[in-house]
Design a protein around this ligand. Structure first.
Ligand SMILES: [Mn+2]
Length: 318
């Protein structure tokens, strides 16, 4: 029996089904959860999606209002399905419910997946968990409709950075199926990539005004303070993506973004384009990240943080 048969058997045997996903859920986590919820409902299952916190950029997704942010201790589920989470710890609050469920299924696309369910469908070639959901729904003989397709497309779009990364020819065959189901892609793109708020735009404007370019155009940096965020009534996360504006300037290798978290504490975000390994400096300051995208916090004033970090980056450029 294939794992898809195992999943079918587990789903058929269950009535009350819980879907959980990883902490700090992204478009793929939320899209796959909602897309699969809509699909399982077609099989007349009683489906609950539990995600403690969701950024409001995902509010447009159909079924968003059904997501539960809390569960009470006496609730019981026949089956718990973990989506887009490579290990059980990443489920955060969802872990407890995964542990408690009678049976469990894991659907994911991370090559590092720990296969922690009773049945594990992990296809790491897929661009997203959402793409794997299309396969699982087909094996459950659920026809994808516009509502399911909209959620699934959102996950495929975000996990591939707008179909730039981790994409294969089959990715577009799956997208083609979603278009056949009636999915309208323009509003999804607008909601996820273009739509912003006044606060976010004003904070970005302040940061761009302050942008400095150093070392023959190879380094750029800017910053925002707590006072800036208060002035524009910013929400948490409104500063995200500012660092990429510097990175996108022609000739820039490293973009640095400083953000005052509290008095005497500065968060530093680093982005590189081609050859500087920004994870080196991040690990020196107990931060984390990847070769070309990393971050860490540093104690001191904004001026001190700027001097230290810019010096480090200059050294790496030599
Ligand atoms: Mn994913």
């Amino acid at each position: 029996m294939s794992v898809l048969d195992d999943i079918k058997e587990l789903v058929e045997a269950a009535q009350k089904i819980l879907i959980v996903t990883h902490e700090n859920p992204d478009g793929d986590a939320i899209g796959s959860s909602l897309g699969f919820m809509h699909g399982l409902k077609k099989l007349e299952k009683d489906v609950t999606v539990f995600i403690p916190y969701i950024n409001r950029m995902y509010d447009f997704l159909p079924g968003r209002e059904e997501i539960r942010h809390e569960l009470s201790d006496d609730e019981k589920f026949d089956l718990c399905i973990a989506l887009d989470s490579s290990d059980i710890e990443r489920l955060g609050e969802g872990k407890k419910w995964f542990d408690k469920a009678e049976k469990t299924i894991v659907i994911d696309h991370h090559i590092t997946n720990q296969n922690y369910g009773d049945a594990n469908y992990v296809n790491a070639v897929a661009c997203s968990t959402c793409q794997n959901i299309i396969v699982v729904l087909a094996s459950l003989e659920v026809a994808i409709n516009k509502v399911m397709g909209t959620c699934i497309y959102a996950g495929m779009l975000t996990d591939t950075g707008g179909f730039r990364y981790n994409v294969q020819s089959e990715t577009f065959e799956f997208v083609s199926m979603l278009l056949e189901a009636g999915v309208e892609i323009a509003p999804i793109y607008r909601n996820l990539f273009d739509l912003t708020t006044e606060a976010r735009t004003r904070l970005l404007g302040r940061a761009l005004e302050r942008l400095e370019v150093l070392e023959d155009g190879k380094i750029t940096y800017t910053y925002v303070t707590k006072a800036d965020e208060a002035e524009f009534n910013c929400e948490d996360g409104d500063y995200e993506n500012i660092v990429n504006y510097g990175r996108n300037i022609e000739g820039v290798e490293v973009s640095i973004f400083f953000r005052e978290i509290e008095e005497g504490k500065i968060k530093v975000s680093l982005r590189a384009n081609d050859y500087v390994d920004v994870s080196l400096i991040a690990s020196k300051y107990a931060g984390g990240g990847h070769l070309r995208a990393a971050g860490f916090s540093i104690s001191g004033s904004m001026e001190q943080a700027k001097n230290i970090v810019i010096d480090e980056i200059k050294k790496q450029l030599q």
